[in-house]
Design a protein around this ligand. Structure first.
Ligand code: HEM
Length: 224
């Protein structure tokens, strides 16, 4: 398996295609000694829940070792298709004005540079999700993704000038389009339909679990 830094560099190289030469420089700003990811120049704070509490959340979601196995099985199927897959998701967001507005400025003009930069991180996230390597770095970064959807962190990584907050109600809702449009991509490998169904079920659990972790900044102190 590729390590995270290699994935970041290869994806940013593919995704930028000359449109964002600073992206690669941004992703290369991985400071040694800092725990977790540093997408952009910002270090990642420690997660407010422990790995043991993550295990409890997995139990609540009926996420078993078998699900982890099927997530990892999906890696090889998705890796060569990751750009196209994220393109489908971008198509969904782009065709829904109520979602596209979160990538747009106050005059409702989509910020193409912002869309492009986030896309590279989205592609990396697909592979991270398929790797299902739930260590402290991964857990810490989940809460960073949450902050990036909320006004406390949105736009900051890319210095974007878009609407500064994604309304909570859409976060978990997007689990459905994200995992529904994923299924035809899972069918592209040489797996049986039973294996495809199991990979798909594992992805539904993982995306729901992540959107729950991302909801942390939206929940009143002490209630998460
Ligand atoms: C299951 C639901 C969702 C998934 C899986 C998802 C996935 C992601 C990922 C992987 C990133 C990049 C994180 C990073 O910086 O490394 C991201 C950022 C972003 N997502 Fe989502 N997202 C979801 C819900 C939404 C919704 C409902 C919207 C509304 C349109 C949205 C808009 C954005 C925006 C604008 C960013 C960039 C935030 C920033 O300024 O850094 N996302 N999302």
């Amino acid at each position: 398996m590729l390590n995270r830094k290699m994935i970041t560099l290869s994806i940013s190289t593919i995704a930028c295609l000359g449109a964002c030469s600073s992206m690669q420089a941004m992703n290369e700003t991985i400071e040694p000694g800092i725990a977790g990811y540093t997408h952009g120049s910002r270090s990642v704070e420690r997660a407010p829940i422990t790995l043991a509490e993550l295990e409890e959340l997995k139990l609540s979601l009926l996420m078993s070792d078998e699900d982890i196995k099927y997530l990892r099985m999906s890696y090889k199927v998705l890796e060569p298709n990751v750009e196209e897959l994220v393109g489908v998701w971008y198509g969904f967001v782009g065709s829904n004005p109520h979602l596209l507005k979160y990538f747009s400025n106050a005059a409702s003009e989509p910020d193409m540079e912002y869309l492009g930069r986030v896309r590279a991180r989205f592609e990396r996230w697909v592979l991270d999700t398929a790797q299902a390597d739930y260590d402290q770095d991964w857990l810490d970064y989940q809460f960073e993704i949450g902050r990036r959807h909320h006004r406390i962190g949105k736009n900051k990584t890319d210095h974007a000038n878009a609407i500064d907050h994604i309304n909570f109600r859409h976060l978990s809702a997007l689990t459905i389009p994200v995992t529904t449009t994923l299924k035809p991509f899972l069918e592209r490998g040489d797996h049986t339909s039973e294996e495809v169904d199991k990979m798909h079920a594992a992805w539904v659990k993982s995306v729901l679990m992540q959107s729950i972790l991302w909801s942390y900044p939206y929940v009143q102190d002490g209630d998460f």
